[in-house]
Design a protein around this ligand. Structure first.
Ligand code: AMP
Ligand code: ZN
Length: 111
């Protein structure tokens, strides 16, 4: 279906840092920070904009997982950034909902 579905199905290898029945987290292949993890639902959802009242728990679960991973990787005190890209102007490249977890350095881009 897509590259992240293939990772979730174990067809493409990934450096996993977290897994449960419904979610998976693994290291970004092209890290933008010392810690750069992608958190995905195993179920294929293309966009953040596909999130509505029926599935909004997915994003909350992903935030909880991001916090757990930040603690496990020791960036909970130094801080971290989570990013979800949605659509062309965001630069979204993989059309399977994912949350970036970035940390381990001071972020240069401020909003
Ligand atoms: P986005 O621009 O939000 O769609 O981000 C997609 C991210 O997926 C990029 O940071 C890529 O480096 C990353 N990526 C693409 N393919 C893989 C892969 N096979 N394993 C790990 N990360 C990947
Ligand atoms: Zn997918």
């Amino acid at each position: 279906m897509c590259v992240f579905c293939d990772i979730a199905a174990g067809k493409i290898p990934a450096q996993k840092v977290y897994e449960d029945e419904n979610y998976l987290a693994f290291r970004d292949i092209n890290p933008k920070a010392p810690v750069h993890i992608l958190i995905i639902p195993k179920k294929h959802i293309e966009y953040l904009s596909d999130i509505d009242n029926s599935n909004k728990g997915t994003v909350a679960d992903m935030a909880v997982i991001a916090n757990k991973i930040a603690k496990k990787l020791g960036i909970d005190k130094s801080g971290y950034r989570v990013v979800i890209n949605n659509g062309p102007d965001s630069g979204q490249e993989v059309f399977h909902l994912h949350m970036h977890l970035l940390g381990g350095k001071r972020m240069s881009f401020t909003t």
